[in-house]
Design a protein around this ligand. Structure first.
Ligand SMILES: *Cc1c(COP(=O)(O)O)cnc(C)c1O
Length: 434
């Protein structure tokens, strides 16, 4: 059995079957915008390895930070100990975050940071004597992770229906339908408004991916929606949680997607590009009001604590990654990527299998009537040397910010080739999301 055969028989990949496993490629090394395969071929990583490798793969400054930290201490439990990488990162994150979000909880993945944010909201209201506020209000079309609370907050008609029995029922507002850049339609907020009117006193917090609903809908919606959300939540006494795991750190242009709206949440989550995709780390950032209310309540402790909380290697990687975000104008990179993709991809709208082309910051989405066959997808990846990972009916790219215009051009050519293919007869493996 070759290593690849072993993999296909014994190792689950994300949202994949072990019976008819989708093809996987053997990766050997990665640097900059490229992944090198075991046979020596190189693929441009047009999805930044699930939107994490913002500075490119194996960035020398991040690798060096991990190496230096590894010589001192790879891990120590965060219960009863602290360390410089965690303290430095907390300070850096507070300086990076919108004003007031300076209380930090380090989590070991994005999903866990969302669980933590939701638990903070519930513990906040419990501390205020309102344990009945134990539901959240989320948006249809949203995605917040794969653990059970996160599944329960993600699109209720999405990929998690199998696990309904595990999930508490939360409230869902209609998917925001007024597009980014269009004229604001105030009616877009009515679903949110109606639910908060009817059930506001059961709701601990409203949670959303600000402006950019990523893994479920690839939807860019109007920033005014967030201003209405903030206003309606305040009126209902509910907190606001922004999940910036996908949209944050310049993916939509500004450092945080919430900056499109000028709205600051009570709690926000950050992950994915936090370490530049080098190690797994996420964080929930809370306001002093949230932190102090929890601390003054009963129990005073916030009730969460993962084994690998604030892993020093991951914190060191994140510090180096934030240094890179601070040293270079990533908004300018996002604007350059947006411009390049717009000039190359907008014309795909006329293709028979294309429903829509949407571009915002360093995200380009081609919405198809049906994804091309797996054979066509594999052919395009191999012929163009560009790694794409379409899902649902979306062909998209979220490239590393350091991708130069030649790289972006090759990505656009590959996307155009794929968008020209007819829909596949059988749907691709039920890989409904990222
Ligand atoms: C990816 C993602 C998550 C989950 O993060 P993991 O690190 O995969 O657990 C949560 N929220 C959003 C918006 C995401 O894009």
């Amino acid at each position: 059995m070759t290593p690849l055969e072993y993999d296909q028989n014994f190792i689950w990949h994300p949202y994949a079957s072990l019976k008819n496993p989708p093809p996987v490629r053997l990766a050997k090394s990665a640097s900059g915008a490229e992944i090198e395969l075991s046979d020596g071929r190189r693929l441009i990583d047009a999805v930044s390895s699930w939107w994490c490798a913002a500075h490119g793969h194996n960035h020398p400054a991040i690798v060096e930070a991990i190496r230096r930290q590894s010589e001192k201490m790879c891990h120590v439990m965060f219960g009863g100990f602290t360390h410089d990488p965690a303290i430095t990162l907390a300070e850096r994150l507070a300086a990076f975050a919108p004003p007031g979000l300076d209380r930090v909880f380090f989590a070991d993945s994005g999903s866990i940071s969302v669980e933590v944010a939701a638990k903070m909201a519930i513990q906040y209201h419990s501390a205020l004597g309102h344990p009945e506020r134990n539901k959240l209000l989320a948006l249809k079309g949203g995605y917040h992770g794969d653990t059970s609370l996160c599944m329960a907050l993600s699109d209720p008609d999405g990929m998690h229906t199998l696990f309904k029995g595990l999930m508490t029922r939360h409230f869902f507002a209609e998917k925001p339908s007024c597009p980014f850049g269009a004229e604001w339609r105030p009616a877009d907020k009515s679903s949110l408004e109606n639910i908060l009117d009817a059930h506001g006193d059961e709701i601990a917090a409203v949670i959303c991916e600000p402006v950019f609903q990523a893994a479920n809908a690839m939807n860019f919606y109007h920033p005014a929606y967030l201003r209405e959300m903030r206003r309606l939540a305040d009126a209902a006494g509910a907190l606001v949680i922004f999940d910036e795991i996908a949209a944050g750190l310049h993916r939509t242009g500004p450092r945080w997607a919430q900056q499109h709206a000028g709205v600051i949440p009570d709690i926000m989550t950050v992950g994915k590009a936090l370490t530049g995709g080098h190690l797994t780390l996420a964080a929930a950032l809370a306001s002093a009001k949230v932190a102090e209310t929890i601390s003054n309540g009963h129990p005073s402790a916030f009730m969460h604590g993962p084994t690998f909380m604030a892993n020093p290697l991951a914190c060191a990687a994140a510090c180096a990654s934030l240094d890179l975000f601070a040293a270079t104008d990533y908004s300018a990179h996002a604007a350059r990527i947006e411009k390049t993709f717009a000039s190359r991809l907008s014309r795909l709208k006329v293709l028979p299998n294309v429903l829509d082309v949407r571009i915002l910051g360093a995200v380009a989405v081609v919405e198809t009537r049906g994804l091309p066959s797996q054979a066509d997808i594999s052919r395009v990846i191999d012929e163009h040397g560009v790694w794409l990972r379409p899902f649902c009916n979306f062909i998209y790219s979220m490239p590393p910010f350091i991708s130069n215009n030649a790289t972006l051009g090759r990505i656009a050519d590959a996307m155009a080739d794929l968008a020209s293919c007819p829909p596949g007869a059988a749907p691709i493996d039920p890989d409904f999301h990222e």
